[in-house]
Ligand binder design. Sequence first.
Ligand code: PLP
Length: 397
Amino acid sequence: MINEKMRALGAKRSVIRELFEYGKKRKAEIGEENVYDFSLGNPSVPSPEAVNESLVKLLNEENPVRLHGYTSAQGDATVRAAIADYINSTYGESITADCLYMSVGAAAALTSSLTAIVNPGEEVILPAPYFPEYKVFIERCGGAVKEVMCDEDLQLDVAAIEAAISEKTAAIIINSPNNPTGAVYSKENIAELADALRRCEEKYSHPIYLISDEPYRELVYDEIEVPYLTKYYDDTIVCYSYSKSLSIPGERIGYVLVCPRCADFTAIYQAVCGAGRALGFVCAPSLLQKLIPFCLGKTSDISIYDRNRRLLIDKLGEYGFEMIKPQGAFYLFIKSPSGDANEFCERAKKHEILIVPSDDFGCPGYARLAYCVTTEQIERALPAFAALAESYKETKK
Ligand code: PLP
């Protein structure tokens, strides 16, 4: 017997993966340099030197049996203690190793957290636009998604979120810096959200967890501050990943942090451990765990993404495209000149530009461009963008 829900998920690739696969095929047909692939959020900037140097050091100097052996299910205690110290000194927190559960990237951190707190029939609020996989993760738990569109400035519409919360609400997932828009929610916006969530907890007499999905925390521009969520709201669970900050998405390492001030901290942490066990996400890759203490506070060279961001904003603006200026991550959200996201992306394809339609992000009428590519690729793509913009002017004539 087959689980048909899972079969359907496997048979239908995400729109992003679909486009990425199309890109691979097209590159084989017409040459890599002639396809302008902006589909995937795969970091293009090399990892900081500390990554490879520390891996080599670990491989050369550590006892190999220990290095490659199982760690405890929730992760190596020394590694978790080092991460806790870093979080405490960076964000003025007071967590311990026992608040952390090492995970296989943010994806496993999210599925473990959601499995820990969402029961069938409960609801999870998703401010839109959002990362499409959230829906898959929530629905697997038997949860229902409630979408709430952000405001015009792409900040959280707190009044709308409060109105959408019901007695069935288990959690809200926020992601800042945001994929797909690059928006960063301000301190004031987060403080307002925290107040609203506390009011709702009181009203419905149960916790409403704030899940903060943070793979892009360090990827911010113009010295924008990304508020640390546990400082605003106690019932917070942070899902962190080193995929983007260290440019190691294929290595799969991150963690779940359960705020020690959660009303039912012990139960929640146990449930995360139980969810990790049920999902088979115990003992995240040992070598990668042991790498992390050497890389705390380090990031890939973000100035390269910033250069790409500025170039795109300047040039695409010049051609007449309307965009939302990203403050973080490495995505640009471009308005479809026709108002139709799919039409825009299909037309872009004809110019060999691969960008992702926004509908699956819970927001119609836009396309997401991932600018974690070489600046040279952007420069090569500019004439194609100019021609794409021109084609809309011709349509209007
Ligand atoms: N959350 C968001 C918003 C993402 O953009 C991604 C990956 O692109 C993930 C989670 C998954 O991250 P990871 O590769 O660490 O599993």
